[in-house]
Design a protein around this ligand. Sequence first.
Ligand SMILES: Nc1nc2c(ncn2[C@@H]2O[C@H](COP(=O)(O)OP(=O)(O)OP(=O)(O)O)[C@@H](O)[C@H]2O)c(=O)[nH]1
Length: 394
Amino acid sequence: MPPFDANTLMLVTAVFNGFMALVWLVLGRLFRIAPQASLLLLAANLVSIPGLYCPGCSRLWPAALGPWMNELALVISMALLALGVRKLMRLRFRFAALTLLLAAALLGSLLLSSQGHAEASLALLSLSMSALTLSACRDVLVGRATGQPLGVTLLLSMPFALWSLMMLAQALTLLCLPQWRDWFLHEDIPSVPLAWADLFIELCIGISLVGLVVARLIDRITHMVLRDSLTDTLNRRALRGELRRLQAQVARGQHHCLAMIDVDHFKRFNDQHGHACGDAALRHLVQVLRTKMRALDLLGRVGGEEFCLLLPHTTLADAQKVAERMAQALRSEPLQWQGQALRMTASFGLMPCLQDDPLGDKTLAMADGLLYRAKALGRDRVCAEAPEPQVAPR
Ligand SMILES: Nc1nc2c(ncn2[C@@H]2O[C@H](COP(=O)(O)OP(=O)(O)OP(=O)(O)O)[C@@H](O)[C@H]2O)c(=O)[nH]1
């Protein structure tokens, strides 16, 4: 007897899946990390165990249904895995498509099995597993966190793609290449090469799923560190970082602009309608400003009701048009609060990013000065100023 027969390898895979079920239990229940996804992945691992290794199970159902029942557990496990991955990547469930796929696979394979077409029945189940893992692979690619490098995403999606390919190859072999059947199945249990491949891919999927959770945690922490929690704009720290980056480009001849934006008479929202209304007003402001921003533009909250807009690769004349459009949009879209339409305006101080200002402090201070000029001139307006032309020293 070889040192590792297929049954031993399937037992090792089942033990590993049991261990992963424990990992999801701890992550989801104890640490409350991705609790719903963890629950689905816990169930996926538990359900896979009888499909991988269950010596006494054959006594529970007719012998003809033996292989079908094993594969059935694996198909259900794959469906739970696909759902868990979707939840982990924060994508909406597509229950209709999943139910249709499962119903077609299970009913079709049962029908084929009952009519004596055991190979076609197994092939159908393998095909459905291939489709389920392919959809998980796609979800890992589609739902990747914003800052996650493409190489890492490809690496994390690889085990799902491998599993999908392996199941597809198994289905095609059962249907079209019976002479190669031994590569996949030995009688009704997996062949040794397939059992090895199973074990390897299950290990990789487990590691990949934990990697996805870590990527999600990193994404959340980065978001918390760099974003303002009320308005979901950049916070002061992130804004300063972006401004430094733009100032470095200004030194190399690029043209960027910066606008300081302050809500007019903001205190009245708080005083007359309560603090919750003030918060809603800030979110409304951001929502309206965003409709006039390009994908490249960056908005950050400097503090209180004061915001800073960075307009990369924009001349002062173009930036002025953007700011005027924003002021107009605010004027025409009042805040809807408890059945009332509350008029909201803002003042803008607009500056081109200055040369010889590596941290952007001078640019910020001058934009702030222009903002106060806009306030002094009666609010609800844009004040812009070109910098003094630089005179070359004689
Ligand atoms: N609701 C809410 N209020 C805030 C927040 N941050 C700062 N404020 C309030 O914003 C108000 C700012 O008021 P002021 O600085 O007097 O400015 P203003 O009323 O907008 O007047 P002008 O700028 O001169 O037009 C203060 O009452 C702060 O308490 C916040 O996150 N939420």
